[in-house]
Design a binder for this molecule. Sequence first.
Ligand SMILES: NC(=O)c1ccc[n+]([C@@H]2O[C@H](COP(=O)([O-])OP(=O)(O)OC[C@H]3O[C@@H](n4cnc5c(N)ncnc54)[C@H](OP(=O)(O)O)[C@@H]3O)[C@@H](O)[C@H]2O)c1
Length: 288
Amino acid sequence: MTMARIAIVGVGAIGGVLAGLLETAARHDLTLCTRRPLPVLQVDTPEGQVHVRATNLLTPERATSVDWVLVATKTYDAAGARLWLKHLCGPTTRIAVIQNGVEHREHFAPEFDVLPVIIDVPCERRPDGSILQRSSALLRVESSAEGAAFARLFANTLANVDITTDFVSAAWHKLCINAAGVVSALTLKPAGVLADPALGQLAVDLIAECVAVARAEGATLPDDTGARILANYRAGSPDSINSLLADRIAGRPIEIDARNGVIVQRGERHGIPTPLNRMAVALMKGMA
Ligand SMILES: NC(=O)c1ccc[n+]([C@@H]2O[C@H](COP(=O)([O-])OP(=O)(O)OC[C@H]3O[C@@H](n4cnc5c(N)ncnc54)[C@H](OP(=O)(O)O)[C@@H]3O)[C@@H](O)[C@H]2O)c1
C-alpha cells in the first residue's frame, strides 16, 4: 500500500483518533491543521498509547495540496474548514468529512465534492490536549470508488471501515441515536437519565419523529428503531456523556442544528410534523 499525503482539518477528539489510527499505519505523510499549536499529539487507545508524528499547520495560507483531506471539525465550523480546503486541494485531492448528521455534502457544496463519513467511537480531548479513545472505531462510508479509496487509507490499522450500499440509512440511524441524546443535554445528566420511564419514552418519541423523516428521505429503518436505541442506551454506561451535553457543560457552541435541527428542517420539507424535536431545539437554543 503506497503512502498518501493526508491533512486532517480539526484535530479535536475525532481528528485526534483518526491521526492516531493513521499513525499506526506507519506509511502516510500526515499534516495536522489546527487553530492553536499542537506540538505533540498523544492518543490513548484501548490497545495502547500512540504518539503522532506530523507536520502542524496553523494557517491555511501555508498549506499545499495533498492526496486526502479529512475534515473533523464540528458541523458549525464548516466555513473555517472551507478556508483550509481552498489551499489543501489540488485537481486530484479527495475530501472526506467525518461528522455527525446528514448534511456533510450540503455544508461544502457546490465548491467542494466530499465523501460523507459516519464514525462510531467514544472519545474525548482531555484538558492537557491528549485524546482518550475509549473503544475501537467504526467508520462507515458509501460504496463508491471514493469510499473504497478512503477505506484503503486505514488498511492495517485497528479501524473497522464499513462500506455500505445504504449509507442514507446508516447516517439517519446514527442521527436517531443523536436525536435521543438531547434528553441528556436538556437534563444536564449522563446517559443513565434514560432509565427514567418518562424520559425513556421521550427518547423513543423523539426518535419516532426522526424515523418518519428519515423514511421520507429514503432511509430504511425498522419500526422498533426507537425501542432498540433506548435498550442500547440503557445497557450502556450510565455515566456516558454525549458531545451535546459535554459542549453544553463546557459552555461551547452546540451542534443542535445538525442533530435535532435538521430533523425539524427536513420534516418541514416533507410535511412531517416534528413537535418534540422542534421543542428540544428551541429549549437548547434558549439555554445556550
Ligand atoms: N467526540 C465523539 O465522541 C464523537 C463521536 C462520533 C461523532 N462525533 C462527531 O465528530 C465531529 C467532530 O467532533 P469532535 O468531538 O472531534 O469535536 P471537537 O473535539 O470539538 O474537535 C473539533 C476540532 O475542530 C477544530 N477546529 C474548528 N474550526 C477549525 C478551523 N477553522 N481550523 C482548524 N481547526 C478547527 C477545533 O479547534 P479548537 O481546539 O481550536 O476549538 C477542535 O479542535 C462532530 O460532528 C461530532 O458530532 C464525535
